[in-house]
Ligand binder design. Sequence first.
Ligand SMILES: [Zn+2]
Length: 68
Amino acid sequence: MNVVDIVGEKTAEMTLPNACLTCGGAVQLRVSPDGVRTYCATCHTISKATLGVQEGGLVVAQDVKARA
Ligand SMILES: [Zn+2]
């Protein structure tokens, strides 16, 4: 299971191992009132993501419009 860090009253972060669509590295997921962002510390890719809930649990859909 991923551990969610509650950064502030309205912001939460968690790390998704091997979730980077570019390099396969660990991605930091941040949920804030501005939306959901993912950041890869390995290749520095920032992208938007969408959180959804399906039968199996929480689902993160990464938006890949920032393709190099
Ligand atoms: Zn990456």
